[in-house]
Design a protein around this ligand. Structure first.
Ligand code: CP
Ligand code: NVA
Length: 301
């Protein structure tokens, strides 16, 4: 039997993704009712973090506990991963001990190499290229608040980064229009744009990009690993701050999302985080339930 991995939203069909969102909502409801549901008893998720994390680590760890299993946190600093043991060998060994492995890494190729040598599902917990787990939570959040996102207008403001790439995948898989407003030189990779075709458009002016939008999302201007560029990026991205006045130009039902962590006063104005149109806390909470649905799908389907 071939092992299913989740390195990208493109690893699932649109129907499977829709099923994951529905299941995430069900698992959230069960949890809120205090129902004990432990289909993953004795199952273990290994979690390799090459970069920092709050939400991804805690949501996977709490999620595994809630489903009756356990998660093991592995940092390259105190494992052989940081001392040069080949990815291939680490994958062979860890996948004989764990039932699934989540990896947060720099090079996306690390995930692909690990997955190619793993006997168990591998989950992308963020790479330099993609952040698909965050999109499961974002799409679940939109569904809960506004219903289907099909044919809606979504605007991505800021860096053409890993989150932006996953939004492009989401536009393909969930069938919405995506407008991307980014400064010149900070566009998403052309390979992602080519795949999306006319569903995705690049717009330089953020105010033009948000007109009539149903969802506006942004992210930090300097991602993990780009700390040296932070100062220079601050200047280039200043006109791309998302604020309440910008949301006023969007559809009246618009929602604001941010994957977090946020830099209030930079990519998002301080007050917007707590604006009634902001759903950033629901979004963060939904990481837990969306990923429970994902792990259940990968381990029990
Ligand atoms: N949004 C997100 O992935 O957050 P963390 O970096 O805290 O995991
Ligand atoms: N683009 C950000 C997302 C953090 C969740 C980063 O890669 O640092």
């Amino acid at each position: 039997m071939t092992v299913r991995h989740f390195l990208s939203l493109m690893d699932c069909t649109p129907a499977e993704l829709a099923g994951l969102l529905k299941r995430g909502i069900e698992l959230k409801s069960l949890h809120r009712q205090g129902v004990i549901y432990e289909p993953l008893k004795n199952r273990v998720l290994g979690m390799i973090f090459e970069k920092a994390s709050t939400r991804t680590r805690v949501s996977f760890e709490a999620g595994m506990i809630q489903l009756g299993g356990q998660a093991i946190f592995l940092s390259p600093r105190d494992t052989q991963l940081g001392r040069g043991e080949p990815i291939e060998d680490s994958a062979r060994v860890l996948s004989r001990m764990c039932d699934a492995v989540m990896i947060r890494t720099f090079a996306h190729a690390t995930l692909e190499t690990f997955a190619a040598h793993s006997q168990v599902p591998v989950i992308n917990g963020l790479s330099d290229d993609l952040h698909p787990c965050q999109l499961l939570a974002d799409m679940q959040t939109f569904l809960e608040h506004r219903g289907s996102i099909k044919d809606k207008v979504v605007t991505w403001i800021g860096d053409g980064n890993n989150m932006c790439h996953s939004y492009i995948h989401a536009a393909i898989q969930f069938d919405f229009q995506l407008r991307i407003a980014c400064p010149e030189g900070f566009e998403p990779d052309q390979v992602f744009l080519d795949k999306a075709g006319e569903r995705v458009t690049l717009v330089r002016d953020p105010n033009e990009a948000v007109a009539g939008a149903h969802l506006i999302s942004t992210d930090v201007w300097a991602s993990m690993g780009q700390e040296d560029e932070a100062e220079a990026r601050m200047q280039r991205f200043a006109p791309y701050q998302v604020n309440p006045a910008m949301l006023d130009r969007a559809d009246e039902s618009v929602l604001f999302m941010h994957c977090l962590p946020a830099h209030r006063g930079e990519e998002v104005s301080a007050e917007l985080m707590d604006d009634p149109r902001s759903v950033v806390w629901d979004q963060a909470e939904n990481r837990l339930h969306a990923q429970k649905a994902l792990v259940e799908f990968l381990l029990t389907a």
